[in-house]
Design a protein around this ligand. Structure first.
Ligand code: ADP
Length: 237
């Protein structure tokens, strides 16, 4: 993906950011798109609980069997299941210098668990980027979203269509419409966000680690807003 903001940050390869970067926002806020870009620019692994679950479902693991019906209904997977999976991933060596998380934490319990894990890994204070978008735009983004089967590249048939319909510009693979991106399920996902995830905004605000990003703008403008915030954050010593 193009680096729309110029050169890589000085906090690149060798140093890492030394922090967990959390993208917090409703489904359709653009967390996945921005996480891919941040991951490239700051050389941080991109972790996505949604992608981890979809991978488990594809491989027909026990975890995938548990998550599938809940995801199909737009409900959250229970905290205990999510946490085990996340802890295993953060224990991998590539996460030692920080990571960018999209889709986690989604409940207050998950936020508390993440804080504990970051402490154990001696990561500096978490940076939370809150991506705010109004509900009408979310619906349009989600119903129009198409995802590349091979590389996870994200398109939108209204806002960011591929050059050839149904085909990824980057790797030529097929674009799919996620089953939970249908209108009925989207309503459930947005309700779950309001009920269970929205309280995290106050939680992180009160800890002084929340920065707000206007996620209504086009993707490149949002990336510029995020990199301005991240470039202002120093790696912990
Ligand atoms: P989106 O953010 O666009 O809703 P994701 O791909 O992040 O999509 O998540 C898809 C689904 O996976 C969610 O609706 C939920 O069922 C499950 N899921 C993902 N992350 C979590 C999490 N941290 N806690 C509980 N369930 C989760």
């Amino acid at each position: 993906m193009a680096d729309v903001t110029g050169d890589r940050s000085p906090l690149g390869d060798s140093q890492g950011l030394g922090r967990a970067v959390i993208l917090l926002g409703p489904p359709g806020a653009g967390k996945g798109t921005q996480a891919q870009r941040i991951s490239q620019r700051y050389c941080l692994p991109h972790l996505s609980t949604g992608d981890m679950f979809r991978d488990n479902i594809k491989r027909e693991t026990e975890l995938g069997r548990k998550a599938k019906p809940l995801m199909e209904r737009g409900e959250l997977v229970p905290d205990a299941i999510v946490l085990g999976m996340v802890a295993d991933r953060i224990n991998q060596p590539d996460c030692a210098k920080g990571f960018v998380f999209d889709g986690f934490p989604r409940t207050l319990q998950q936020a508390a668990d993440l804080e504990k894990i970051c402490g154990e890994h001696r990561l500096g204070c978490t940076l939370v980027l809150h991506m705010a978008v109004n509900p009408e735009l979310l619906m349009r983004r989600l119903t129009g979203r198409r995802i590349c089967k091979a590389g996870g590249h994200i398109y939108n048939v209204y806002e960011r269509p591929p050059k050839r319909e149904g085909i990824c510009d980057v790797d030529g693979s097929q674009l799919i419409h996620r089953p939970d991106d249908s209108e009925g399920v989207i309503g459930e996902r947005l309700a779950a966000y309001d009920r269970q995830t929205q309280p995290l905004v106050e939680y992180y605000k009160s800890r002084g680690v929340l920065s707000s990003v206007d996620a209504m703008a086009d993707a490149d403008t949002v990336t510029q807003g995020i990199t301005r915030i991240m470039d202002g954050v120093k790696a912990p010593r």
